[in-house]
Design a protein around this ligand. Sequence first.
Ligand SMILES: Cc1cc2nc3c(=O)[nH]c(=O)nc-3n(C[C@H](O)[C@H](O)[C@H](O)COP(=O)(O)O)c2cc1C
Length: 213
Amino acid sequence: MVEVRILLPYFYTPGGYPLKVIAFVASPRKQGNTDTLVTSFLQGAQDRGAETEKIYLYDCTINSCQGCYRNCWLGPGDCTRFHDDMNHLIPAMITSDLILFASPVYMASYSSQLSVFFERCIPVHHVDLERKIIVGNRLKGKNAVMALVHDSPNPATADLPFRSLEHTLQNNFQMNIVGKLHVPGVRDKGDIAHKPECLREAFLLAEKLCYQP
Ligand SMILES: Cc1cc2nc3c(=O)[nH]c(=O)nc-3n(C[C@H](O)[C@H](O)[C@H](O)COP(=O)(O)O)c2cc1C
């Protein structure tokens, strides 16, 4: 069973240039359920002529945020403590038109690697520390799709992680959530292949989101 919900009317870019779509796979399993769902989504985007990039977060070197609160927020720059793959991942997001965040449910949440990644995204904010206000946000208004897969057949399993994901994308990063994919009842690698309707839904969602008249 798949749940696809378009939370906002689909968008299009009237300029006619190829849309850039990136997808983060937040599962360590290549060709697992998350990865396969992402592949279908990106195929739908490619079908519309979009340029696509798939990023395996577990292949990336992402050091954990140390909470120093200083260097990253003082200007619209990068973390000055670590020079790791975040130096490429943040610009990749900023220059994209649509971002898919896809994760398995791990311990009633999204995966820890996605959490580490989100924590290291705080340099997208430019903060006035004296007035304690965000004066710039390089992800603001960016279109995002969230996707979760999990073992339990109970769809409510994803309620909490979806709420958390939604809060992070919408409230922390002020992104527009334009779609949601949800696949319960998949555990082993290849399980999602027995749910072709889920893969089709992912494909069609991307096609719809990447439509340019
Ligand atoms: C460490 C770990 C924790 C998990 N926690 C949950 C969970 O809380 N609820 C659930 O339904 N499935 C849970 N699962 C199952 C995965 O969500 C499921 O196997 C999923 O299909 C894995 O996706 P992948 O093939 O993309 O890696 C967990 C799996 C692992 C390895």
